[in-house]
Design a binder for this molecule. Structure first.
Ligand SMILES: NC(=O)c1ccc[n+]([C@@H]2O[C@H](COP(=O)([O-])OP(=O)(O)OC[C@H]3O[C@@H](n4cnc5c(N)ncnc54)[C@H](O)[C@@H]3O)[C@@H](O)[C@H]2O)c1
Length: 447
């Protein structure tokens, strides 16, 4: 067997940990499984392994055969000339070319043709969301063309004027739907992926639904980006991958995610970095907890929630008051996303950046004390702690490499937020402003 084929082949009896090492090395997001007689018996993708690890259905010492997909698309040697067409039509990254049940070659998306694009058009998946609604407006201001693909879980809150902008197209649908994704991604140069189930409480509602949305979809979208020769793929990860730690975390720190939401982010990061495409430039941004106003409100975010509760004179039950967490305004997140989009590929390719500011690590009680400076706030300490996160984060790398420091800070943004919410006269009971409540309703479950 040639070295090329050895790099993408494992035996049925090989251990999952060795399969992962091989996938990581070969950059093809998968391997072919052969038996002792060198006959091809199936395929294992990076996504299959990580999905089953997330569901605790797999052990790294299990045998490869335990998760081998035995029904798979194979290209007979006689059809080798059609292999590019067959790959493009399928929703796969990697297809084997076989003769008499033996692997003789394979085709990977990196073998497809390069496309030339004149206009820079950005696909924002989840573009109707809290961050997306701000980002899309900022991109249009900079004269980018923008496509949004969004499943519309929380409604469209963008202004009519924005929606009538000829440079903007909105596609409603699930990003796992190849037909819709194909339409939305058509002619796009770059993809920013913000479309998933966001926040620990919403993700905890249904494990399978969340792993599908927050892990499998990301891997699928990334693989389609490679097929379509997308330039940058920017993924919104989260500083919550650090979990519960005493020392300040940087991008090289050990990860200790304490929720399914954060575990999915960690696995997405690993899968994205395992792609190793020559053309596509993936960048991972670990965002601080976001706050501030957006057309699509989120009152399940701690700072926004405390502000609206103070305005509406609702008593706050405060848990984890002394837990540390970094914060960033939604406008600063949009600035970073655009900065990364505009950065030269060789500076950001396969890089992970913590996104925030070194002075913007706060304890939860600091949020209360900041709000108290502007408006009275009624709260009591609670002993039950529903949130185990506690981490301080270093933002030296993003400052050094991308020259990014936040323009906003907690004091300034909270004071703006109070004024804005008071002026807008918001209905704090609107279910579209709470991810967990809305997902409960969508899944037909009781809270
Ligand atoms: N807001 C924060 O504090 C924060 C912090 C760290 C990371 N992030 C990450 O930033 C991204 C955006 O967060 P947000 O605060 O804007 O959340 P959001 O819930 O407001 O937005 C997510 C959007 O994605 C859409 N969506 C969900 N599943 C989809 C699917 N399968 N196909 C297409 N669209 C889908 C939703 O309809 C929604 O409009 C997420 O990846 C999130 O994990 C956010």
């Amino acid at each position: 067997m040639s070295e090329k084929l050895r790099n993408v082949t494992v035996y049925e009896s090989d251990k999952i940990k060795d399969v992962l090492v091989k996938i990581d090395k070969n950059g093809f997001n998968g391997v072919f499984v052969i038996n002792k007689r060198n006959k091809l018996v199936g395929v294992i993708t990076d996504s299959d392994v990580r999905k089953n690890l997330l569901k605790n259905k797999l052990n790294v010492n299990s045998k490869a055969v335990s998760i081998t997909q035995k029904k798979f698309i194979k290209i007979p040697a006689s059809k080798v000339e059609d292999s590019k067409k067959i790959l493009l039509k399928s929703n796969k990254m990697l297809l084997p070319i076989v003769e008499k049940n033996k692997l003789i070659d394979f085709i990977h998306t990196s073998d497809l043709f390069e496309k030339k694009r004149s206009v820079r058009k950005i696909l924002v998946i989840g573009g109707l969301g809290y961050i997306g609604s701000i980002l899309v407006q900022d991109l249009l201001k900079l004269n980018y063309h923008v496509n949004i693909l969004d499943i519309n879980y929380y409604g469209c809150h963008l202004d009519k004027k924005i929606l009538l902008d000829p440079r903007l197209k909105v596609f409603y649908g699930d990003c796992d739907n190849k037909k819709i994704l194909d339409k939305a991604i058509n002619d796009c140069s770059d993809v920013i992926h913000l479309g998933e189930i966001v926040g620990d409480p919403a993700v905890n509602i249904d494990q399978n639904f969340s792993i599908k949305n927050n892990f499998e979809n990301t891997v699928f979208v990334m693989s389609e980006c490679i097929k379509k020769k997308i330039n940058k793929f920017i993924f919104a990860s989260s500083c919550s991958v650090y979990g519960n730690v005493k020392n300040e975390c940087n991008e090289k720190s050990k990860l200790n995610p304490v929720s399914l939401y954060a575990k999915c982010k960690r696995e997405c990061e690993k899968s994205i970095l395992a792609f190793k495409s020559k053309e596509c430039c993936p960048v991972i941004l670990r965002l601080s907890t976001v706050y501030g106003d957006s057309p699509r409100k989120r009152f399940d975010l701690v700072a926004n929630r405390f502000v609206i509760m103070a305005i509406k004179k609702i008593k706050i039950s405060l848990f984890g008051a002394s837990s540390w967490r970094p914060f960033i305004s939604v406008n600063d997140v949009s600035r970073v996303l655009i900065k990364v989009l505009q950065a030269e590929n060789h500076i950001v390719r396969n890089q992970i950046f913590n996104v925030g500011g070194n002075k913007e690590n706060y304890r939860i009680i600091d949020i209360i004390n900041t709000i108290k400076k502007y408006i009275s706030i009624n709260f009591e300490f609670s002993t039950k702690n529903e949130d185990k996160r506690n981490y301080k984060v270093s933002f030296k790398k993003i400052k050094k490499v991308l020259k990014f420091t936040p323009k906003d800070n907690l004091k300034k943004t909270i004071s703006k937020l109070i004024k804005r919410y008071k002026k807008e006269g918001i209905n704090e009971n609107n279910i579209n402003y709470y991810n967990d409540k809305k997902i409960y309703r969508i899944l037909g479950k009781n809270i």
